[in-house]
Ligand binder design. Sequence first.
Ligand code: SDX
Length: 431
Amino acid sequence: MSKEARLELDGKVFTLPTVEGTEGEKAVDVSTLRAATQYITLDDGYGNTGSCTSKVTFIDGDKGILRYRGIPIEELAERSTFVETSYLLIYGTLPTRAQLKTFSDLLTRHQFLHEDMTYHFEGFPTAAHPMAILSSMINAASCFDAGLMNWQWGKNQQFDIYAAQLISQVRTIAAYSYRKSKGLPLIYPKQSYKYTENFLHMMFSMPYEDFEIKPEVVKALDLIFLLHADHEQNCSTSTVRMVASSQANLFASCAAGVCALWGPLHGGANQAVLEMLDQIHRDGDDGSKFIAAAKDKNSGKKLMGFGHRVYKNHDPRATIIKKACDDVLAKLNISDPLLDIAKKLEEAALKDSYFVERKLYPNVDFYSGIIMRAIGIPVEMFTVIFAIGRMPGWIANYKEIMEEPKSRIYRPRQIYTGRTLNPFVPLGDRK
Ligand code: SDX
C-alpha cells in the first residue's frame, strides 16, 4: 500500500496517493486533486512538478549521477559509441552484435535526403541560423513520406525506420545547412563511412578532396554526441513530449524540440559560452570583471555554461568533457587560450560565495564548445551538434509516450489573473 499525503483545505482533509520510483524518487500524485478540491497546483517553471514517469534516463542532481537505461554515463563515455547508445536509449537495452548491425545499416540506408530537399536549402538566406534551418528541414523531410503525412499513432510498424531515418538525416541536414551558409557545394554521405565520420565528411570534404578523418577527432565528436543523447525531462524533451501527446508525427515533434533547444538558457548555451569566453579574451579580462558582472542582476549577464535546474553538484558530463578537452587539444597539438580562460573562470567561480551558495557548477555546455572549436566545428553549429546528439533521447521519449496505453494530451491548467467580466465598448464610445 503506497503512502498517502494528507492535505487540509478549507477545513477538510483530503488524501492523495504517492508514487515512488525505482531510485527512491517520491511524488504526490495530484491527478485527482481538482475533482476532489477544486484546487489545482501552481509551479512556476515546473521545478517541483513531474510531467510523467519514464524509464529512459535517471539523474540525481545532488549526487551528480546520470544514467541512460541504468548505465552510468561514465561507463558509456568510456566504452560505448553514439550509435550504440542511441539504440540503448530507444530500445532499452544495449544491442547485440546483430541488432547493432541492423540498426547501423538502417542509418546508412536512410542517410540521403530526398533530392528535391536540396531546393529548399536554396530558399534560405546565407545568414540563416542553422537551428532555424534544421527545425524547418526536419518538417520538410516529412513531406516526402506518405507514412509521416498519415502518421499512425500507437503500434507504428514503421517506427524503427522513421527513428533511424531521423537520426541519420538530422546529420545530413545539419551538414548541408553549414555548406549552404558558406556557399559550398553539398557533399553527399559515403556508404562506407560510419555515423560520425560521415558527418565530418559532409561538413568539410570538397568535391576534389576528401577531408582527412582523424580518429581522435571522430572519437571526440562521437563522445560529444553521446554525452548529449538524453537528459530526462529538460525543456526540449518536454517540448517533444508535449507535441507528441497531441499524436503529431515523430518528425514534427522533434522539429519542435529543435526550437526549444535553440534558446540560450538551454542548448544555445554552448554557443553563448564560446562568445562569452571570446569576449573575455578580447577584453583582456582575467575573468574577474565578467564574474562580477554575472553576479550583478542589473548587468543582464550570466556565467553561461554554469548552473542547472537539477544538478546542484557537478554535471558529470562537464567533468568528462573537461578531461576530454585536455586529451583532444594535446593530441591535436592545439593550445587554446579560451580553454585556459574557462578553467580560470571555473576555479574563480567555485571559490566565490555567490556561485557556491546557489550551487552553480559548470554544466555540459561549459567545456563542450572548446572541443568543438578544436575539431573545427564553427560556433554557429554548436547547438546543431547538441541537437544531433539529443535526437535519440527525443525519439526514446516519443516512443515511450506513444506506447503508454494511458497517454493523454498534455493540457496544463492556469490561474487566471486578468480582468474580470469586461463588457465590449463600441469604437465610438472608447476614450
Ligand atoms: C542545458 O534541463 C536540462 O537538463 C538541460 C540540459 C540538458 O542536457 O538538456 O542539461 C542542457 O540546458 C544546460 C544549461 C545551459 N544553460 C546555461 O548554461 C545558461 C546559464 N545558466 C542559467 O541560465 C541557469 O542556471 C539555468 C537556466 C541553467 C537554470 O535556471 P534555473 O534553474 O531557473 O535557476 P535560476 O535562474 O532560478 O537561478 C537561481 C539563482 C538566481 O539567482 P537569485 O535569484 O537566487 O539571486 O542562481 C542565479 C540566478 O540569477 N544563476 C546564475 C546563473 N545561473 C543561475 N547567476 C549567474 N550566472 C548563471 N549562469
